[in-house]
Design a protein around this ligand. Structure first.
Ligand SMILES: NC(=O)CC[C@H](N)C(=O)O
Length: 308
């Protein structure tokens, strides 16, 4: 059994000299001002232990990492009929690409590209108001993180709404094909807010634990999702979690993961634990450069790659 506290410390120290590398996302103005030198790491274990390093308690915008949780909630709510609205193949394209939507009749490739996440959120709403859906998401994240302070950063959500031409284009294009069941602005009002959830590495790592333990929160014993659904979410994270950088991430880290343009990455080590890292400098595909480096080192040191 590896000394996990030491693996965390070593992964952090190994990636630390690279802090500040990469480019902070600036297409959402509220994210542009985040300090590029921030770097946090948290490993949550099933017995409730959390090993941390660096800025692990500072809240950041989880952005597309939220797509993992809305996928879980949508599957819980509408079951396998979700797959009428979205596929589960890697796209090989950028997170906000529109090109495949035209030739593929408005059905996005997978739930982790923006179009697919918007389609997933549409199904999660399931006839409710946007606020009711957001309340469910926030309540779920608070319960999973074990922390009632988890909240939406309304400044970031407003900024996304103000600069949301691209996401509106994706949504109206899907709407034209009949993919969406609710008005575009209702769906986007949920989507922008889920992306603007503000959480720390410690909170996020704890929130991911149920995915490492077959849909069951190992701390409370609650079965939150059918085991086969948790397994499938991990499969989609492995193949699609980093857009056109998913192959590289699997090659280097070997764990299901999901990145967000806020610089956060959630990684699931099935049967072992859940890891969250945060550092705002991104590689070209929008994945945290320093975060991926730290995860690569950690997975290697702990022997936790699913291919080990
Ligand atoms: N990759 C991301 O994190 C993108 C999320 C962002 N809110 C967007 O929709 O553009």
């Amino acid at each position: 059994m590896p000394d996990l506290a030491r693996c965390v410390a070593e992964a952090y120290q190994t990636a630390l000299p690279h802090r500040g590398q990469g480019k902070v996302a600036d297409y959402i103005p509220a994210l542009a001002g985040v300090d590029p030198d921030r770097f946090g790491f948290a490993l949550a274990l099933p017995d409730g232990t959390v090993h941390t390093a660096g800025d692990a308690d500072e809240a950041f915008s989880i952005q597309s990492v939220s797509k993992v949780f809305t996928l879980a909630l949508a599957l819980r709510r509408v079951g396998s009929s979700l797959w009428d609205s979205v596929g589960r193949e890697p796209s090989g394209s950028a997170f906000n690409s529109i090109v495949q939507l035209e030739s593929e009749q408005g059905v996005p490739r997978n739930p982790f590209i923006n179009a697919g996440a918007i389609a997933t959120t549409d199904r999660l709403i399931d006839g409710r108001s946007a606020d009711e859906a957001v309340d469910e998401i926030v309540a779920f994240m608070r319960a999973r993180a074990g922390d009632a302070s988890v909240a939406i950063d309304t400044g970031v959500a407003g900024s996304e709404n103000d600069t949301g031409a691209r996401n509106r284009s994706l949504s109206y294009f899907m709407d034209a094909f009949g993919t969406l069941r609710h008005p575009v602005e209702t769906v986007l009002s949920v989507y922008f807010r889920q992306c603007a959830l503000s959480m720390s590495c410690r909170q996020l790592a704890q929130a991911g634990l149920f995915l490492a333990f077959e849909g069951r929160d190992p701390r409370t014993g609650e079965q939150l999702l059918d085991p086969h659904r948790a397994r499938r979410i991990n499969a989609i994270m492995m193949l699609c979690g980093h857009y056109d950088n998913s192959g590289e991430f699997a090659f280097r880290v070997g764990l299901p993961g999901k990145s967000g343009v806020g610089g956060g990455i959630l990684c699931i080590a099935p049967g072992q634990g859940s890891i969250a890292v945060w550092s705002p400098g991104l590689n070209e595909a929008g994945t945290s450069l320093v975060g991926a480096l730290a995860l690569e080192h950690f997975a290697y040191a702990a022997g936790w790659s699913v291919f080990d």
